[in-house]
Design a protein around this ligand. Sequence first.
Ligand SMILES: [Zn+2]
Length: 122
Amino acid sequence: MHELSVAQAIVESLGRHEALTGDARVVAVTVRVGALSGVVPAALRFAWGPATEGSFAAGSRLDLEEVPLAAWCPVCRAERELPAFPRRACPACGAPTSTVLRGRELEILSMEVEDSEKPSPT
Ligand SMILES: [Zn+2]
């Protein structure tokens, strides 16, 4: 499954983050997923459990921010949101649109880190 390797790559890059020291654990991660990124959000969510198992991110929550495909219509001279499939055409005028403005994103936006040690009452 493609999404499992994507999830593993995300976990790997999280692991390189400087906030993850000592017993720190990741409790939540937010990832931006574009409609053209090639990643199916539901599959990525499903893969998150297995990908994080036994790691610093085990049991963490995965939040996905889905970005719809947006392209530039040269006829309307406007940005149009359109379905990724099957055909790239402006929903308003039907002109073919080839300039993708948004929708290819696949990036980690943020992560929540928690130290497993109890906070000292000072
Ligand atoms: Zn148009």
